[in-house]
Structures are given as C-alpha cells and as structure tokens.
Design a protein around this ligand. Structure first.
Ligand SMILES: [Zn+2]
Length: 161
C-alpha cells in the first residue's frame, strides 16, 4: 500500500503525533515496535509505515540540539566554577546521555510524521528527456557545427551583397 492510498484527508499535525510517538495517519496507534524500531503497520488504522525512512535525520538533529545545549552548559560551568573533572562525569556526561536518548524517539516520530504529512518522498526528475535535442547530454560538437554553418551562411550572404 502506498502512502497516498492510506492517506486520510486530514491527518493530525506532525508535531503532535511526533511528540506522542503515535501514528502519523490517525494519531492514536503506536508508531514504534521497539525503542527506535518502527512498527510495520499502525495497530489502530492499519497505515502501512513502510514509507517511513528518516535515515540519519533524528540522530543529526538530536546530536546537534542536545550537544549544543549541553556543551554550552559545560562551558559555562567550566569557565565560571572550574570544577574538578569528576563533576563533569556526574553532570555533563549523564546530561548528554539522558538528553540524547530521551529526545531521539520523539524526534524520529516527528520526522516520520512530517514525511507523511508533507508527502515527502525521494525526488524524481520529471524533466529528464524534455530539454530538446540531447537533453542533459548536450552535444557540443553539434552545437559547434551549427555555429560554423551559421557563420558560413552569413559570410556567403555578405559576399552575395
Ligand atoms: Zn494509525
């Protein structure tokens, strides 16, 4: 089943279903069958979730967001207080761990819901073969021959006058 045939007319907002880790189609069913493993289908509406492919997106956003915030706090703590290293082991490291693991699921669910909501899919080049002779493979030899013929015709016309 494709994403289009299972698309209800009015899906819930991606941020709402994402934060709750729910099905992007109905907003009720569970999206995950494991910690980060997506379910094959929604257990409520039967939406086929095979379209979902957020790839490295969730890890990137979580790593960038949580890393930026926690490293800023780390820098402030280090500059202002300059505590012993064990303070960072009990504060900075757990904050990174909890922050990343705590936000990874909702961010992945939000990206999957956004993919569904905005009907995002792999790009297709509809214009291939529609750019005239040669398409993207522009043949420079033909073009130089055409220019040479035009120049010869102009010279012949100029000589004729
Ligand atoms: Zn559903």
């Amino acid at each position: 089943m494709s994403i289009l045939t299972s698309n209800p007319s009015n899906p819930p907002r991606p941020i709402l279903t994402g934060l709750r880790c729910r099905c992007p189609g109905c907003g009720q069913g569970k999206l995950f069958s494991g910690f980060l493993t997506l379910a094959k289908r929604c257990d409520r509406c039967g939406l086929d979730l095979s379209f979902a492919d957020p790839a490295d997106g969730p890890a990137f956003f979580v790593m960038s967001g949580v890393g930026g915030v926690v490293m800023t706090l780390f820098a402030i703590l280090e500059i202002q207080v300059h505590p012993p290293i064990w303070v960072h082991f009990v504060s900075t490291f757990p904050l990174l761990l909890v922050g990343c693991l705590g936000t990874l699921r909702p961010v992945k669910a939000w990206l999957v819901a956004s993919q569904y909501y905005f009907k995002a899919e792999e790009g297709r080049w509809a214009s291939i073969g529609k750019h005239g002779e040669g398409g993207f493979c522009f043949d420079r030899r033909k073009e130089s021959d055409r220019r040479a013929r035009l120049a010869a015709a102009r010279e012949a016309a100029a000589d004729g006058l």
